[in-house]
Structure formats: C-alpha cells, structure tokens
Design a protein around this ligand. Sequence first.
Ligand code: NDP
Length: 307
Amino acid sequence: FELEQLGVHESVDAVFPPAELAAYLADLPIDVAVIDDDDIADCDAVVTMEHREAFLEVDWVHSIQAGVDRFPFDAFEDRGVVLTNSTGIHDRTVGETVAGYLLLFARRLHDHVANQQERRWDRPAWDEAFTLPGSTACVVGTGTLGRGVAETLGGLGVRVTGVRRSGEPVPGFDEIHANDRLLEAIADAEFVVVTVPLTDETRHLFDAEAFAAMREDAYFVNVARGAVVDEPALIDALEADALAGAALDVFEEEPLPADSPLWGMDEVIVSPHCAAYTRDYFRDTGDIVRENVDRLADGEPFHNRVV
Ligand code: NDP
C-alpha cells in the first residue's frame, strides 16, 4: 500500500503527549498529524494505544505497547490490516522497575515510606531486612522484558532463572526451564517475576496451584498483564501468608477498583501500569515507526509485525 497520511491517535496521551511524537516524526516524507476518532478514515496508518473499530479501514496500525492482546487479530487478518507492536524497547525501563520493587522489599523501604506518611519512627524487626545477592529470581517469559529484568537483577547479584516454551538457553540467565516445568522452576525462587504476553495459553497461568508451589517467603511480581494471574487466588495466598508479598503493575481490572484488598496490604506494592514509563517513550516507539516507514518505502518486511 501507499503511505501518505499517518495519524498519531490521541489515545497515546496515556503515555506521552501525542504532539511530541508527531513532531518527532515530522521529517518523514509523509503527512503526520495528531488525530481523534473522527479523523481515522483520512489515514492510511495510525499509531495508537487503544483499539477502535474504524482501524479496520486503515492499512497499518502500530501499537505503542508491546502487549497487543486488545486488538482483534482475526478481523485485522481478514481486512488485510497490518499490526505492528513496540516490543524491544522495554528492557531497561521494566528491568529497573522490577529491581526497585525487589530493593524496596529487601531493604524495607516501602515500610519507611508508609511510616513517614504517619510521622512514625519505626525500625524494621531485626530479622526483616536482607540483601539481594544469594537470592534467586525466576523470570517467567524471556523476551525483551525478561532479558531486561535478568540483566538488571544480575547486576545486583541475584541468581536469575527463566521459563520459556522452548527451554533453550538465553544470555543473562543462569538457568532456563521449559514451561512444562513451571511449578518446579518457581518453587526454587525467592522472587517470581512474570513477563509473558497474555495469550490463551498464559491466561490464569498463575493460579492457586502455582501460588501453592511457591515458597512461603517468596515475593510475586507481575509486570506482564493482569489476566495472566487469577487475582482472587493471589489475594487468598497473600491473606493466608502463603506468600511474603507482591509487587503488581497490572491487574485484571484497570484502574484497580478502590475496594480491592490489594490496596491495603502492607507487603503489596501497587503501581498503575507504568513499569515501562520513561520521558523517552515517544522516541523509542517513534524509532520503530520510522524504521517501518522506511521499510515500507523500500519494499522490505515490517519490523515487529504481529498480524
Ligand atoms: P517478547 O515477545 O519479547 O517476549 C515474550 C516472551 O514470553 C518470549 O520470550 C516467549 O518465549 C515467552 N513466552 C510466550 N508464551 C509463553 C508461555 N506460554 N510460557 C512461557 N513463556 C512464554 O515480549 P516483551 O518481553 O516485549 O513483552 C512481554 C509482555 O509484557 C507484553 O506482551 C506485555 O503484555 C507486557 N508488557 C508490560 C509492560 C508494562 O508496562 N507493565 C510494558 C511492556 C510489556 P518463547 O517463545 O521461548 O516461549
């Protein structure tokens, strides 16, 4: 197809100002403009956060997120709409967020922040604080996110194991397990970090059985998608002290409802689906768009093509 008009859909505003990305791409040999729902029909391609039915009429949709579980793959395929995603840019950002969670728990920093709100001088019990070297993190999903987590935690002295479908080795991981050995792999870890895409196979992968397999002193970290976890089963495990705690960036329902018990748990850190946020996000995702505009002009296959 011929690319003349590329729209930056206003929904990207959840992550960065749409005008920043439009300005970043202004030197491309095509028209780039910020658009709302009424302008979709004028575009050959859109860069977006959310899905709209009208995208079935354009030629190419680029998701500013890596996760594309909200797009109707079959309908895109039927209508010949190309879908590309932003995998490949979230290694360091999510890696540092996960390292932050682990350091909060190990050094009890989340307790200090909570106590400060109450102007309370309250030291941890003598046996609460620990250091990370010598602990093991099992990272489930060894793609961009998993590798970034492995590299960042490895730098902090954590032994990092991984779980993926093939079980083939991955640089930066001390050991890799195939996913049919998930329960054995997570049983061995002080930290379990979820970095898989949401698919039919991974929906509710972390259920009561998985939480029962984990150590009672283990922390659970989810930076993938909420529905990879059976959230009521996680809440049960936390309430029963079958886990030490959890750091959660993603939830079955977002925003996390105000009445969720997760908000009030001392050993649970809630972040609002922002593990990958950085002021450079529009540049990182813009570089993928730019590369694909070039590839289209040169008749080469799209980078990060999903459909
Ligand atoms: P990648 O495609 O790079 O990696 C996905 C990895 O998951 C692959 O290594 C794959 O390995 C593995 N995998 C897939 N299915 C399974 C399975 N059934 N069991 C075990 N491993 C599996 O994706 P990214 O790392 O870029 O992103 C992963 C997900 O993280 C995204 O889909 C998105 O939902 C989420 N995300 C969340 C963010 C946030 O802000 N919290 C930011 C960015 C992404 P193999 O093929 O060997 O199985």
